[in-house]
Write a protein that binds this ligand. Structure first.
Ligand SMILES: [Zn+2]
Length: 379
C-alpha cells in the first residue's frame, strides 16, 4: 500500500487501511465541506484449508488500481481508501464480519466476551494483536461522507466460467434465512411395531426434505436442508425426534416470503398425514442488499469499453459489501474462478481475469471522477 502511494494504518478492530489522498483538500466556503471517500477492498482473513483468492483477491486488485493511478500521477477529487477487513469468515469466534461491523458502526460490546476454541476471549485476542478494544467505536466510518464501497471478489460459483466471461456485475447479495425444524414422533421397537402404526419422525423429515427440494426447483430459489440429527439414532429404534435445518436464499425477499409459505404449508400437511408434531424456529434473517444502480452503470460502461459483453449475476454468498450497504452505496464485481470451486485449496483465478477487473475499476473511477467534477460545478 505504501509503495502504491498510500498512507496506511490499522483501526481498533484490526482492519488494514490505506488512503490515496484526493487532489483537493477540505474546503470552508461557505461552510466546512469535508472531502468524501470512495472505499475499495475486501477481506484479509480466510478459512482453514482455504484457497489463495477468496477475500485477498479484492484487496490486492484494489492496491493494484491505486498502483496504476500513482504510476500515472493521477489523483482524484475524492479520497480512495483501500481496506483489508479482518474476520469476515467468522472462523475463530462465533460471529462473522466483525471487522466490517465495526466499520459500519454496528459493533456490539457483548462480542468482546465471545471465546475461541482455546477459551481466549475476543477482547484478549484483540489485545494480543496490539489493538485497544476501548477504541473500537472509533473504527466506525458510518458518520463520514462516503461516496461508496466497491468490492472485487472471486465469483465462488460457475456462472462466469459457463458464459466464458472474465468478470460479472453483481446485481444484489441474496438475503438468507435459516430455520431449525423439529419433528416429534414416537419411538418404538423396530421389530414389533407394524409399519401402519408408526409415527416415524425421520420418514416424515425425509418427505419434507424432498418437498423442499421440489418447491425450490419449481420456484427458482435455493433451499437447502444441510443438517439433520435423529434421536435416539439407533439401528433398532423407530426415530422419535428429528432436528434439521433449512437455509433459503434469494435476492428477492418477497419471493422468500412466498416460498416459505409454500414450504411451511407442505410441512404441516406432511406432519398431519403422519401424526407427527412439527415446529419451525427462525434463527437467522438477513435481507437482500441491492448494488447501487449508478455504480452498476459505471461498471457496465467500463466493461463495454473493454469490448466485453456485460453479465449481471446475483451473489448467493454473503460479503462485507452487504453490511457496507447499510452506511453507503455499494457495488461488487465478480471475477471468474475455475470450476466454481471456493473455500478449497484448488480455488483458482487467472491473473488475466484479475487484470480485467482492475481495468474495469480504473475506467469506472475515471467516469466517477468526471461525474463528480460535473456535480461540483453545478453546485
Ligand atoms: Zn470472501
Amino acid at each position: 500500500m505504501q509503495t502504491a502511494g498510500m498512507n496506511t494504518g490499522v483501526d481498533a478492530a484490526g482492519n488494514l487501511w490505506g488512503r490515496y489522498p484526493a487532489n483537493v483538500s477540505d474546503h470552508f466556503t461557505p461552510k466546512f465541506v469535508p472531502i468524501p471517500t470512495l472505499i475499495l477492498g475486501s477481506h484479509l482473513d480466510t478459512i482453514p484449508n482455504a484457497g489463495k483468492f477468496d477475500g485477498i483477491l479484492g484487496v490486492v486488485c484494489a492496491i493494484e488500481v491505486i498502483t496504476r493511478l500513482h504510476a500515472a500521477q493521477k489523483t482524484l477529487p475524492f479520497h480512495i481508501d483501500v481496506v483489508g477487513f479482518g474476520d469476515e469468515e467468522g472462523v475463530r469466534f462465533p460471529a462473522s464480519m466483525l471487522g466490517c461491523r465495526a466499520v459500519c458502526g454496528q459493533w456490539q460490546d457483548e462480542w468482546f466476551a465471545l471465546t475461541d476454541i482455546a477459551g481466549i476471549t475476543l477482547n484478549e485476542a484483540l489485545v494480543q494483536q496490539g489493538l485497544n478494544p476501548a477504541e473500537i467505536v472509533n473504527a466506525s466510518r458510518a458518520n463520514e461522507p462516503l461516496i461508496g464501497y466497491w468490492e472485487i471478489h472471486m465469483e465462488q460459483g460457475p456462472v462466469l466460467e459457463n458464459t466464458s466471461l472474465p468478470v460479472g456485475i453483481v446485481s444484489a447479495i441474496a438475503g438468507a434465512r435459516r430455520y431449525t425444524i423439529t419433528l416429534e414422533g414416537e419411538a418404538g421397537h423396530a421389530g414389533t411395531v407394524p409399519m401402519s402404526l408408526r409415527r416415524d419422525a425421520l420418514t416424515a423429515a425425509a418427505e419434507l426434505v424432498l418437498a423442499i427440494e421440489k418447491i425450490g426447483c419449481a420456484q427458482g430459489i435455493v433451499a437447502t436442508v444441510g443438517h439433520i440429527q435423529t434421536y435416539p439414532n439407533a439401528v433398532n429404534v423407530i426415530p422419535a425426534h428429528v432436528e434439521c435445518t433449512l437455509d433459503i436464499r434469494s435476492v428477492d425477499d418477497l419471493l422468500i416470503d412466498e416460498v416459505m409459505n409454500l414450504i411451511t404449508t407442505a410441512s404441516h400437511a406432511i406432519a398431519t398425514k403422519r401424526s407427527i408434531g412439527i415446529q419451525w424456529q427462525k434463527y437467522h434473517d438477513a435481507p437482500a442488499k441491492h448494488c447501487a444502480p449508478k455504480f452498476r452503470q459505471l461498471f457496465e460502461h467500463a466493461i463495454t469499453q473493454l469490448n466485453l459483453p456485460v453479465c449481471t449475476l446475483p451473489s448467493g454468498a454473503g460479503h462485507d459489501a452487504m453490511l457496507m450497504a447499510d452506511i453507503t452505496d455499494m457495488a461488487m464485481l465478480f471475477v471468474r474462478c475455475k470450476g466454481g470451486i471456493s473455500h478449497h485449496p484448488d480455488e483458482f483465478v487467472a491473473a488475466e481475469d484479475a487484470e480485467v477487473a482492475v481495468q474495469t475499476l480504473l475506467l469506472a473511477l475515471d467516469e466517477l471522477a468526471f461525474e463528480y467534477h460535473r456535480s461540483e460545478e453545478s453546485i
